[in-house]
Write a new protein. Structure first.
Length: 95
């Protein structure tokens, strides 16, 4: 049972500012203490005003559930969640 909000996940792959990433990359991050699940989001907007996908997962990786554009920057983040609240990771970008 969670006793506090989770720690922020640390993003691993795709690395920040990576290039040559295909349209269906696998996203991975380190486990966050106290996290019960994660919400992975990808967007063409750095403020995530629109999303390409927003997918809930229990583990620490996800293959993109949709083909992502390869001709523009993609921003991604992971939100760690539990019954006490949620915390967002840093935002990474790749192209």
């Amino acid at each position: 049972m969670a006793t506090s909000t989770p720690d922020a996940p640390n993003l691993m792959t795709p690395a920040n500012h990576a290039t040559g990433i295909g349209s269906t990359p696998t996203f991975s991050w380190s486990a966050a203490a106290q996290a019960g699940s994660y919400l992975v989001q990808a967007s063409t907007s750095p403020d995530f005003s629109t999303t390409l996908f927003s997918q809930s997962v229990a583990g620490t990786s996800l293959t993109a559930p949709v083909a992502l554009p390869t001709n523009q920057p993609i921003y991604w983040r992971v939100r760690a969640l539990n019954v006490c609240g949620s915390v967002d990771s840093a935002v990474y970008t790749f192209n």
